[in-house]
Design a protein around this ligand. Structure first.
Ligand SMILES: Nc1ncnc2c1ncn2[C@@H]1O[C@H](COP(=O)(O)OP(=O)(O)OP(=O)(O)O)[C@@H](O)[C@H]1O
Ligand SMILES: [Mg+2]
Length: 280
């Protein structure tokens, strides 16, 4: 069975595509067969990241690992109902062709689309990167501005809740594991960091997600995109680039910590660098 990991958050720019690429490469480097689907047809950041990686491997003549990259296009049929039906058929038939893959990583757009909802309903694991700001928090839960008390779930949490309900009704065994990871954590804004941490801890038990340690705010993430590389490609004797600063080393530990927190299944077929552990 292919384990489906969905990167979702209707808030734009929270780090979905960056995290999707790092999770994909971590799993590939563990020897797993991985497929990657980009549902953000407008920006195509995840696809562009993989294209940049192919170009880098070709021009620098370095061996890099790659996922399979099936494409799912949005339907252009005028009737909304028909378009949704066509997208559902396209999505489910593409998933069936990927049964040989151990993992499927799906990157969703920062918007509510039918394909994004479908992906969430098929997820085994949902990863939600969240910028460390109460503006982003607002999509998860409503908060009383005076007391800071949680008033209830917001748009995106409702969407995950519906995906969980759909899955339970479909009879597919197991639930959806939802992991929220804080992103772009600032080294200086300690008060905001603490306040967000406390609210998220409180929320996690109320709406049912697990909290991952998250990524610090580091320029390296932006620098690696044009080369299609991830922090996991750096370091080692035959690496295309070296880990050059303490910040890079810490960032790599953050990625490994996220993978460990995801607690993904460990299918037998892996024969990669990490001896079959899901890259933890
Ligand atoms: N931890 C980080 N530190 C610094 N920059 C980051 C970090 N994570 C992501 N970025 C940068 O932030 C920008 C947005 O990240 P990304 O494209 O991954 O977000 P997204 O959620 O996929 O956005 P969208 O909703 O628009 O698809 C990119 O320029 C990326 O390089
Ligand atoms: Mg994106």
């Amino acid at each position: 069975m292919t384990h489906v990991i969905v990167l979702g958050n209707e808030k734009g720019g929270s780090g979905k595509s960056t995290a999707a690429m790092h999770i994909t490469v971590a799993l590939l480097k563990s020897g797993y067969r991985v497929a990657a689907i980009d549902l953000d047809m407008r920006q195509r950041s995840f696809s562009r990241y993989i294209e940049n990686r192919r170009a880098f491997a070709a021009t620098k003549i370095v061996p890099l690992v790659f996922p399979e990259t099936p494409r799912i296009e949005p339907s252009s049929i005028d009737s909304r109902e028909e378009a949704r039906r066509a997208e559902t058929e396209n999505f489910t038939s593409t998933l069936q062709t990927l049964s040989e893959c151990h993992f499927l990583v799906i990157d969703c757009p920062g918007a509510d689309t039918h394909l994004s909802r479908l992906a969430h309903a098929h997820a085994d694991t949902i990863v939600t990167p969240l910028n460390d700001s109460f503006v982003d928090f607002d999509l998860l839960a409503r908060m009383d501005p005076d007391t800071g008390a949680l008033l209830g779930p917001s748009l995106y949490s409702e969407m995950v809740w519906n995906a969980r309900k759909r899955r339970a009704m479909s009879g597919v065994p197991g639930g959806i594991d939802w992991v929220v990871m804080r992103n772009r954590l600032s080294a200086t804004r300690a008060n905001n960091k603490r306040a967000m941490g406390e609210r998220l801890e409180e929320l996690s038990t109320r709406i049912g997600f697990r909290l991952a340690r998250g990524f610090g705010d580091r320029v390296i993430y932006r620098e690696l995109f044009p080369m299609g590389l991830t922090l996991l490609d750096l370091g080692g004797a035959d690496a295309p680039l070296r880990l050059s600063t303490m910040s890079h080393v810490t960032a790599r530990l953050e990625i490994r910590s996220l993978i460990a927190t995801l607690n993904l299944p460990k299918p037998d077929a892996a024969s990669g660098e990490d001896d079959g552990r899901a890259a933890a």
